[in-house]
Design a binder for this molecule. Structure first.
Ligand code: NOJ
Length: 546
């Protein structure tokens, strides 16, 4: 990188869900040797950082987010030697590795919990949050999945707390031994060379020491970016505690001693103020947090303009916004666009050209669509909990119940099971066209894959996209979003037409077109057909009109 800005502020992240990426041994589940086989393709796409959803040993009740050994590899995915090879091969290709770290809770099959559960006097008892209940839950705390977070254990006549599902007991960070052990887990992986961690539900790490009841709220449904008020509760005492903000700084400090400058990206949710508290008032907390507003985008220029302006106001440099269109918990964005690739291209151009870190979920680059798997037969534990809720009703209510649907296998080619596996895939591949696969899209310069590749490469090659400031520019047309990126050496303008009709914009000097798509053309004017966009280098072209 030619500039001085920290590497993680400039990076791009690609999320791999190991279960669904590439199977190598025919058991129908993706694995590390499979991922190794695909590294060249990921590199060709232009990705810098790969984030892996968990592949540690786990009963797999929440598909790896229920860990039973933090320093081992689940045999479903391979061995520690495979993992070490993966890290090495990624680094060899000048890419980076981010591991998912579930610090908030373990599996209830973790030896620590089994010990903790065995008696009230066991030395591991205090590794978790236990409380007497007097025949009812110790307080009113609702977990993130909408039920009491307290789980009764008849053997010791106490309740343990879980802020997600009951088989995921929360660790007790008020116990210094827990902190020390979990920071030790980070060290284990950092010493293996990993470049950072995605911290799972980090907003839930601390719970109120006095176990006070949460106050009432009128809000029932949570959204991806706000769990703070949901299920008729303001989660004042079991989410986003000030101690969690301080712990963010502690973890940052802890990892800062590593020379290779690893970073943390937190899965947290709440108001901008809450996110900022996790990032630290001196930007000394989590390096980045996921910002999920883009997940429920409105396909309107104004929505994107407001988002950019909000981020520039609330998270100015040195803060680095992140732009997320989906992940393994959310409906895929291509389905929210009715499968319209023209619109997808606009969204992605926005995501990659904004100041911040774009985060791409595997399959987004080919417009991999959702499944239509019912809640009833879901493998996802959230679906199991809600199995009697029909899919159409959960869709109508706008709640995402069966996350299997966004976790379907990758579509590589038109061979058996789309090249994902020669065994029976753990989730169905579903129907697809050859044009939906990586193999075909890679050869088509107009495909979504090629669009992603162009944008990844533009980011990689042009410092201004990674380190430049951003300002929005008013345009003559409400459907057109325009913003400028500038770093003192170079100035770029991005024009995106979100409208249903073509637009002609008057400019006096053209600048150099770096990338145009959707039929955009530049002459004496800029012609932007519906759902098209253009990136122009306007360095030195001061007379370019609005
Ligand atoms: C958030 C993860 O993204 C999700 O997949 C998981 O089920 C929960 N945290 C619990 O770990």
């Amino acid at each position: 990188m030619e500039n001085k800005m920290e590497w993680w502020k400039q990076t791009s992240i690609y999320q791999i869900y190991p279960w669904s990426f590439q199977d190598s041994n025919g058991d129908g589940i993706g694995d590390l040797p499979g991922i190794l086989r695909r590294l060249d393709e990921i590199q060709a796409l232009g990705v810098e950082t790969i984030w892996f959803s968990p592949f540690y040993e786990s009963p797999g009740e929440d598909f790896g987010y229920d860990i039973s050994d933090y320093t081992s590899i689940d045999p479903r995915f391979g061995t520690m030697a495979d993992c070490e090879r993966l890290i090495k091969e990624i680094h060899k290709r000048k890419m980076r590795v981010v591991l998912d770290m579930v610090m908030n809770h373990t599996s209830d099959k973790h030896p620590w919990f089994l010990e903790s559960k065995s008696s009230t006097t066991n030395p591991k008892r205090d590794f978790y949050i236990w409380k007497k209940g007097n025949k009812k839950a110790p307080n009113n705390w609702i977990s993130m999945v909408g039920k009491s977070g307290w789980n009764y254990d008849s053997k010791t006549d106490e309740y343990y707390y879980s802020n997600f599902l009951s088989f995921q007991p929360d660790l007790n960070y008020r116990n210094p031994k827990v902190k020390k052990t979990m920071l030790g887990v980070l060290d284990f992986w950092l010493q293996k060379g990993v470049d950072g961690f995605r911290l799972d539900i980090f907003n839930s790490i601390y719970k109120d020491e006095q176990f006070r009841d949460n106050p009432f709220s009128f809000r029932f449904f949570p959204t991806p970016d706000n769990h703070d008020e949901a299920f008729f509760q303001k989660k004042q005492y079991n989410l986003n505690l000030p101690e969690s903000f301080s712990f963010a700084k502690e973890v940052r400090k802890h990892i800062s001693k590593y020379k290779h400058k690893p970073f943390l990206i937190g899965e947290v949710s709440g108001s901008d103020q809450v996110l900022k508290s996790f990032l630290g008032e001196k930007a000394d907390g989590l390096n980045l947090v996921f910002q999920f507003e883009l997940i429920h985008f409105q396909y309107k220029a104004k929505f994107f303009k407001d988002l950019l302006e909000k981020n520039e106001t609330v998270f100015p440099n040195p803060y680095t916004p992140t732009y997320v269109l989906g992940n393994h918990d959310q409906r895929r964005y291509i389905d929210r666009l009715g499968g319209d690739v023209r619109k997808a291209k606009l969204l992605v151009c926005f995501q990659f050209m904004a100041r911040g870190v774009p985060i791409v979920y595997y399959g987004e680059e080919i417009g991999r669509k959702e499944g239509r798997l019912s809640n009833f037969f879901g493998k996802d534990p959230i679906a199991k909990m809600n199995r009697f809720l029909p899919l159409f009703l959960s869709n109508l209510l706008g709640i995402y119940i069966n996350r299997d649907n966004c976790r379907l296998p990758m579509l590589w080619d038109d061979s058996e099971n789309a090249g994902f596996s020669n065994g029976k895939p753990w989730l169905p591949v579903g129907s697809f066209q050859t044009t939906d696969t990586v193999k075909v899209q890679k050869k088509d310069p107009n495909s979504l894959w090629s669009h992603y590749q162009t944008l990844f490469h533009l980011r990689n090659n042009l410092g201004v996209i990674r380190d430049g400031s951003l300002k929005t520019i008013e345009t003559e047309n409400v459907d057109v979003l325009c913003f400028e990126r500038e770093n003192g050496k170079q100035t770029l303008r991005v024009y995106l037409n979100f409208g249903e009709t073509g637009v002609r914009l008057d400019v006096t000097k053209k600048g150099k077109v770096l990338y145009a798509f959707g039929g955009a053309e530049i002459g004496e004017t800029i012609l932007l057909p519906a759902h098209s966009g253009v990136i122009i280098d306007v360095t030195g072209k001061k007379s370019l009109k609005k």
